[in-house]
Design a protein around this ligand. Structure first.
Ligand SMILES: Nc1ncnc2c1ncn2[C@@H]1O[C@H](COP(=O)(O)OP(=O)(O)OP(=O)(O)O)[C@@H](O)[C@H]1O
Length: 254
């Protein structure tokens, strides 16, 4: 079975400087792959390439075995990549209600209105926002806004989602809560995730595999076993135990 997402020997130059060199990486069905690395190492750029927001300078990207990007070319548009995304700034539509924000992408799928309303209701209940659907983003707390962004990314049932440090601005308790919620939602839906994380603890909660970028090069890729001794190991073990059975993933190289 082909990977959901495959980067092969991808390099990226922006403004005359090399941002990524020769990166090969894949994301498999239901897998949680965490991308770590120092500031400026190219994590966001890699996500943008994967989502089809940037074209590689060299190399190729495949989505579900289909050619998605080639040097200087985006062959599959972002909305054709089966992906959802949440970025740090969340980018919620300020003039739309919570329901309006979720319906924005869902309406484009062509699903009839009644089914969309049902999907939105279910999703909002799952992220703990039942009853808040008619509020606008500025009428919500920071943590609630994060949940809306997550719900908006997931309501269209993407096969994978890209998360670019979306929870950085939350306090530690809220962050732990939302990460736990995210883990359970992804597990229930078998959605794969490519998560950019600064914090190794955050990575450990999540990762089936972890990839480390330094100065645009992939310097390390490790399995969840490497993360078993994390300070939150009880949760990690619970998560990996369930996910191992369900996903039947063999860990290994890129
Ligand atoms: N449009 C651009 N033009 C020129 N250089 C860019 C551009 N976008 C990003 N860069 C450079 O590419 C490098 C990688 O940036 P990127 O945002 O991918 O890193 P990052 O690992 O996500 O960093 P952070 O953790 O700080 O968000 C940085 O040195 C950045 O300055």
């Amino acid at each position: 079975m082909s990977a959901l997402l495959e980067l092969e020997d991808v390099s990226l130059s922006l403004g005359g400087r090399t941002v990524l060199s020769d990166v090969s990486l894949s994301l498999h069905e239901g897998e949680a792959l965490v991308l770590a690395g120092p500031s400026g190492s190219g994590k966001t750029s890699l996500l943008r390439l994967a989502l089809g927001l940037l074209a590689p300078s060299l190399g190729s990207i495949r989505i579900g075995g289909k050619q998605a990007s080639a040097p200087g070319r985006i062959l599959l548009l972002p909305n054709e990549r089966g992906a959802g995304a949440v970025f740090q700034d969340l980018a919620l539509w300020p003039h739309l209600t919570v329901i309006g924000n979720l319906d924005f992408g869902l309406a484009a799928t062509g699903l009839p209105k009644a089914e969309r309303a049902h999907a939105i209701d279910t999703m909002l209940a799952q992220v703990g926002l039942a009853g808040l659907g008619h509020r606008r983003p500025h009428e919500l707390s920071g943590g609630q806004q994060q949940r809306v962004a997550l719900a908006r990314a997931l309501v269209v049932e993407p096969r994978w989602i890209a998360l670019d440090e979306p929870f950085t601005n939350l306090d530690i308790v809220l962050k732990a809560d939302i990460l736990e919620l995210l883990a359970s939602l992804l597990l229930a839906r078998n959605t794969a995730v490519l998560l950019v994380a600064h914090d190794p603890d955050e990575a450990a909660q999540f990762a089936d595999r972890m990839a480390v970028l330094e100065e645009g090069k992939l310097v390390q890729i490790g399995t969840r076993e490497m993360l078993a001794e994390s300070p939150r190991s009880a949760f990690v073990r619970a998560f990996t135990r369930t996910s191992r059975g369900r996903r039947g993933l063999s860990s290994g190289g890129p």
